[in-house]
Design a protein around this ligand. Sequence first.
Ligand code: UDP
Length: 243
Amino acid sequence: MTSDAPIYKRILLKMSGEALLGDSHAGIDPLVLSRLAKDIQALVNARIQVAIVIGGGNLFRGTELSAIGLDRITGDQMGMLATVMNGLALRDALEHIHLETRLFSSFGVTGIADAFDRRKAIHDLEQNRVVIFTGGTGNPLCTTDSAASLRGVEVAAEAVLKATKVDGVYSDDPVKVRTATKYAKLTFKQVLDQDLKVMDLSAIALCRDHNLPIHVFNINKPGVLMDIVTGKPEGTVIQGGES
Ligand code: UDP
């Protein structure tokens, strides 16, 4: 028997910058933003508390900038600033459909986003506001995946929902290898031992250490967020200990 009762009351949604790209090669697709906003609205209407960590890879990535000659740390700072831009766009889309929001940044961008404050973030979540965390961890040489695990633990989220373009974790790259099979469930140990490309290893290890399950799923599938929070079989779930 399936039920529509939520299995999570508070989630941390990790959205990469790429999730905002749609069919464009760079920047943000407003149609994608508005669809994502509606999917998030469905969660809020079901009284699920939603915190979001947004990436910046659709605009800048430190590694890519460094490959074309920029200083790596400067490139990472540009990448972190890019997450603030994406956060502003996401907030706009959410407010357009009358959702209450809060935009935090890990570093000072006075007048644009509030300085990250864990207690304020938890209070906002309790008030059913959608909380958007930007600026990554605030440190270079990190990624927004690590920020997702970190903020997830800090605000006591019950799961990290890692949005991707594929519908879960596969034994191999499903685009390149036709025989690749999808895992419905994995343990943290399996992900780490097999070096499966899910999130940064440090992000996985933090979730493991704090018993924070990770759901990997295709963000482009309509209704997928609601399916996950109501416990429907969707994507891959990573949780638990041995084996
Ligand atoms: N970044 C960083 N520290 C962080 C998070 C991000 O330096 O804590 C920089 C890094 O250059 C990264 C870029 O910001 O490439 C964009 O973040 P990410 O690649 O995680 O974005 P996504 O792939 O999720 O869109």
